[in-house]
Design a protein. Structure first.
Length: 173
């Protein structure tokens, strides 16, 4: 959401993206494909942009959804696909992580390449910040992470490029 707002703020004619993203109860890892397609179809009637998260194991599911759902002309799907897991993106801001109580800074990868080569980012994040609830931690970090640090990660750059392209197709940018 922060990245989307940052993109729109740089546009000569900024526009409101709203404050509350819709969160689906579907999981591309655990929900049957037909149910995901039904929810995407339902959301597409009211939304201009649908961001669908997939970890690397579900990478091909976004393309399958695109093939199986006919979107209205005003709607686009953008995949949020990190190299392995979204937790890798949360590891991108080493100074933020290191500033948190209980952090183990020596475990934080020093650069984007190291982060994206991490075999199990979720486990590494749990070791860097032991004892935290991953969902709560993800929300906390997501609101504070330095977007410029995220832009050092190739998978994040790709996501931003796809997001920008979709916004241009929809004539928001």
């Amino acid at each position: 959401m922060r990245q989307l707002k940052a993109l729109t703020a740089r546009h000569p004619e900024p526009f409101d993206v709203g404050d509350v993203p819709l969160r689906s109860t579907c999981s591309t890892a655990r929900t049957p494909h037909e149910r995901i397609c039904a929810e995407v179809t339902d959301l597409a009637g009211d939304c201009d942009l649908l961001l669908i998260h997939n970890d690397h194991r579900e990478r091909n599911k976004i393309e399958k959804i695109r093939q199986d759902v006919t979107l209205p002309p005003h709607c686009r799907i953008v995949g949020v696909v990190p190299v392995r897991e979204t937790e890798a993106w949360l590891l991108a801001d080493g100074p933020l992580l290191a500033s948190l109580p209980g952090a183990v800074p020596e475990l934080i990868p020093p650069d984007g390449r190291g982060i994206e080569r991490t075999a199990d980012p979720k486990a590494l994040l749990s070791r860097v910040l032991p004892g935290g609830d991953n969902r709560e931690l993800a929300d906390f970090l997501g609101e504070r992470i330095d977007l410029d640090r995220l832009h050092t990660l190739p998978a994040y750059q790709l996501w931003c490029a796809e997001l920008t392209a979709a916004l241009k197709e929809l004539r928001f940018l």
